[in-house]
Design a protein around this ligand. Structure first.
Ligand SMILES: *Cc1c(COP(=O)(O)O)cnc(C)c1O
Length: 384
């Protein structure tokens, strides 16, 4: 089957997939094996050892490449393992320019692990892409972008950043976890690498931790594959299967996440006790026009602050929520609420955190695909 002409909805279901060769299984089987019989040394069917490749993981990697409009997919044991592999493309002395409000775990990996190895990271606001040029010099090797950012929902212009990256011959990687390829295709917008925490929307059911990279360029894919195999942070066959299954409903889940997200964002915006709502779908969002041009819709991630909100007010709200579960993570079918300052972003020093707006009163919602009236009733009783 030629996939080139398929639309996104078809790709989530069929992209990179064929019925299994052994018995025609429609869903790629879980090849729960570490090794493969050889007829003579080197005489195998493309699989030797499951760190290097496993058929279930390969099926997932092909699916990932298809839905992101790339040529090569790589699946890892977690999103952070995928980011770790990208940074290992670099050498001591190299510099990275990255978003200042980014996933707390990415910040921790950059700051606490890779700075020790002589790599320098510049954490900057990228809402205005021109800012980036000030931090570029001959040592710059990578620009790391998250958009929408977590948790402030800032939007970064991928096309503008990619023009800059190409001008200075620097790699551009985009963490596409929040948007997913349903909303935004970074490789088509000029990025070299797209990264996912597949733990979130791609898996979609809060039952697995997996990471992913997708690229177009063969040489870059080979380098990343070398690191994946040499460092060994791969995901297992069962986890690969779960993400494959999740991806098959990504488009319909995302459609509902976006619908519910829009309803809740507007509900919060009109609520007398809410000071500020961060969601890129609002016309008065500072980068709404870029969001509109690079994204198909605006997603189900929303952050907000109550009027005169203090630490204890935010905690009281998240404790009162019933249908929204207080938990780390996002992107599952169920609605989750989080308190970034004490949860996902606790690893960022308070001063750094507050500079980018992650104040103690901030609450982040991952709006699920339940009935919107039930979600609103829950927020109503919690906010009061
Ligand atoms: C969760 C997350 C990560 C890290 O992924 P894990 O699968 O938890 O390792 C990276 N970036 C973003 C935006 C995330 O939300």
């Amino acid at each position: 089957m030629s996939e080139k002409g398929l639309g996104f909805n078809s790709k989530t279901i069929h992209g990179g997939q064929q019925p299994d060769k052994a018995y025609g299984a429609v869903m790629p089987p879980i090849y729960q094996t570490s090794t493969y019989a050889q007829t003579t040394p080197g005489g195998h069917q493309g699989f030797e050892y499951s760190r290097s490749a496993n058929p279930t993981r390969t099926a997932l990697e092909n699916s990932l490449a298809s839905i992101e409009n790339g040529n090569y997919g790589l699946a890892f044991g977690s999103g952070l393992a995928a980011i770790d592999a990208v940074i290992k493309l670099l050498s001591p002395g190299d510099e990275v320019v990255t978003t200042n409000d980014l996933y707390g775990g990415s910040y921790r990996l950059f700051k606490k692990i890779f700075e020790k190895f002589g790599i320098t990271f510049h954490f900057i606001g990228m809402q205005n892409a021109e800012n980036i040029a000030d931090y570029i010099n001959e040592k710059s090797k990578l620009i790391w972008v998250e958009t929408p950012t977590n948790p402030m929902m800032n939007i970064i212009d991928i096309v503008a950043v990619s023009k800059l990256a190409k001008k200075y011959n620097i790699l551009l990687a985009v963490d596409n976890t929040f948007a997913t390829p349903y909303l935004q295709l970074p490789l088509d917008l000029g990025a070299d690498i797209v990264m996912h925490s597949a733990t979130k929307y791609l898996g979609g059911h809060s039952d697995v931790v997996v990471g992913a990279l997708v690229v177009k360029d063969k040489e870059l894919a080979d380098q990343l594959y070398f690191i994946q195999n040499a460092s060994g942070a791969v995901c297992g066959p069962m986890d690969s299967f779960l993400v494959l299954r999740g991806i098959k409903t990504l488009h319909i889940r995302m459609q509902r996440h976006c619908e519910n997200g829009k309803t809740i964002a507007n509900y919060l915006k009109n609520h007398p006790k809410i000071e500020k709502v961060y969601w890129p779908g609002f016309e008065d969002h500072p980068n709404h026009s870029i969001a509109k041009s690079q994204m198909k819709d605006f997603g189900g991630m929303i952050s907000f602050v109550t009027k005169g909100g203090k630490y204890k007010d935010a905690i009281a709200i998240v404790e009162k929520l019933k249908l929204f579960t207080l938990a780390e993570s996002l992107g599952g079918v169920e609605s989750l609420a989080g308190h970034p300052a004490s949860m996902t972003h606790a690893s960022i020093p308070k001063e750094e955190r507050e500079k980018s707006g992650v104040v103690d009163a901030l609450i982040r919602l991952s709006v699920g695909i339940e009935d919107e009236n039930d979600l609103i009733a829950d927020l109503e009783q919690a906010i009061g």
